[in-house]
Design a protein around this ligand. Sequence first.
Ligand SMILES: [Zn+2]
Length: 594
Amino acid sequence: MSDFAQTVKQQADIVKVIEGYIRLRKAGAQNYTGLCPFHKEKSPSFSVHAVRQFYHCFGCQASGDVFSFVGKIENVTFPEAVRIVAQKCGIPLPKREFSSPEQAAEARLRAKLLELHEAATAWFEEQLRGPEGAVAREYLAGRGLTPEGIKTFRIGYAPDSYNALRDRLSGMADNETLRASGLFSSKEQGDGSLGPIYDRFRKRVMFPIANESGRVIAFTARTLETGEKAGAKYINSPETPLYSKSLVLFNLDKARTSIRQHEFALLVEGQMDCISVFLRGIQNVIATSGTAFTEQQVALLRRHTSQIVVNFDPDAAGANAAEKSIALLTEEGFTIKIVTLDGGLDPDRFIRERGAEAYTQALRGARRQSDYLIERARQMFPGASGEQKLKAMNYLLPHIRRMPEMLARDQFARDAAQKLGIDSAVLREELRQAALKRRDRVEARTTALTEVERVLLRALAITHPENEQARRLAAEAIARQPSWFEHLGTFSALQALAGRQAHDPMDVVEDPAQRALLADALLAEIKPPEENEVLSAIQEIQERSIATRQRDLRALIAEAEHRGDFTELALLTQQKLDLDRALRQLHNQKPPER
Ligand SMILES: [Zn+2]
């Protein structure tokens, strides 16, 4: 870790930083808990330690320091996480500070690409206002966009040219960087190398895609061409170091405040729907850009809300995308409602034709997902024949099983049976079973810690002058007689801690299960253990290890007797006597009870 990162880490308060993202509750003298932002949960298994400055989730094993938290939740690299934390804490940034040349190069590239996207956005906006932008302006006006709306979303126009943008940006970056931006295309040459770059977006209306901080990282471009020359109606920027389609939710940067205020997000399919709804005052709206939700997008959204109203296009593709998104969101514990608009209209047309009031009304009438799915099952498998009912039920069962709440599953199953008119006892039983058992998820297993392990872990993990003697005692005991400690569940953590240099305790333990145990011990800690406690812990472990060995010996002795192997028997008996003596000595050494 660089000096700067070290400074930031010392000055940053991990509790404050994490509280900027999720709600934390004080759980002990030095620790806080909350719902983990990295996995779905109903009761908090996410802990933050104020003094040791780490977080740990006992549910998904996410663990680390303030930088790892910010890196994970913001989906940024280490140097960027350092910068973000520094900014949050008001620590002035040095000119450039990276721990490796690769990271520095990567950050430079990303910064450059952001710059190029900003310049391109401004230039597209300018083109839209210029004479060449007339057709585009007409198109946008036809879709109900006002000049203010266009400005809000920074919509622009890419003119019909292969080199206008390239000429504009070529002074800002070298050819390789321009290629990496995704703003340009090139043809493969005969020898396999890439030819000269040219403008990727031509004669298209440009919709910028921003990251959560509102910086443009990509574009969606709609063609204004008709007929054969048109190509795809919409094209998107390719994946670049800045942009990954599955990691972005369109409009989240503008919607997030409103999502928090209203405690739900409105999810629509297309960017045009999203823009149109947003500009008419319903600002908690985001779009997936025509694809089903990805897990990363779910994680992104969960930081703001766990309630969602879905309003996809009523066509078959829309219904399928809605269904896929619903499946994933349900599994991740979201509460979902579904809106179907009258007259088969999409959100954009609906709100333009009938107004924001009517649309808000429609949102209020959103149906529970179970009602929506049952209705869909009835539409897909109409009729009262047993076969159709069976198909409808088979369609619903996986949806039922996905719901995390038993009560919700039960209600869903009852509704389905009733609305589908299922009277067969067998089918009813199947529904009941689906309600009873959720599809199992693998729960992270953590073995409980014994008291002696707690003492040792704490003694080894806490570096403090007053604790030094206790720490040394524990470290030496483990180094001297590792075999005593081998049977402990935390052996590898203890060993790593005993041999550690000046690292953070949570950093030296690599195995996630072991780290969970260490986090557990540290979170429960009030003060470092005293020498006496450490000594008794070591003794107890020694005793236990001797007792185990005695038990093994007794079995071996019995076996040797049985075989009539007297040489072996003599050897084993001697060992047992030695052990008995060692055990007696231990008892005599025991520090007096206080
Ligand atoms: Zn977690």
